[in-house]
Design a protein around this ligand. Sequence first.
Ligand SMILES: [Zn+2]
Length: 271
Amino acid sequence: MLLSRQVDIEVNNRLQTHSVATTISTNPALSDSMFAIPDSIAARAQRSDPTPPPVVVTLVELAPNVWRAEGGSHHSLIVDQGARLVVVEAPLSAMRMEAMLDTLRSRFPTKPVGLVINTHHHWDHSGGLRAVLAAGVPVVTHARNLSFVRSIATARKTVRPDVLSRRLGPARSPLPAISAVEDSLVIGRGDGQVIAYRLPTAHAEGMLAIYVPSAKILFQSDVVNATPNPPAAGSAELVRFVKARGITVDRVAGGHGVVVPWADVERAATP
Ligand SMILES: [Zn+2]
């Protein structure tokens, strides 16, 4: 990486700051005293409530065997494959994911979650993967994100240590499988079939879209954040993808927003 030796910042031709780098060190050890909160500030700070608000997850049926697990800003897709459930997306945090797994356990007591598919690496769509892996559930992701997801599984976790934290000690037990989608991956058959496809998009490299053929539902995150008027650029990307894959889509469900009819996406994609 190259760094400028001198940086001058002017606003309306008036010099605001002038800095010259004389030495540069990377990641130096920082003394704890730098992070100490002065007593005068600590005395005035409001105490926060240490109890986090409960996470609410609501299951909305989209079609026979297909639900969207909605919870505020981020959603997941649930597909019933008969003996097990497939979940698409583990958003936000361990707490959110644990609430979702609890919800599914109580609603479908005989059907364990057999697989979780991750759409892309952004933190708000992958923050629940650690909890998924700690629950012993295999994960499928885009090949580009394979080592990233492995690093989530093997990272040290000292705040709220989980099963995987203990696993990293001497008694190592095998991790759940973490597998990659190279081009596409067909999971299951019949009404519960789910197909994960690579989705080329400007939003992020390493993106998957998930298609449920029986319901003609396409799940994606962040390409079309479905409002009643989907964005033109993301809609055009989805239309190109659907044509290239030769699939028929009736509705687009996603990690955010409402479920939109495919016709609305096609309209938004038309300049
Ligand atoms: Zn994203």
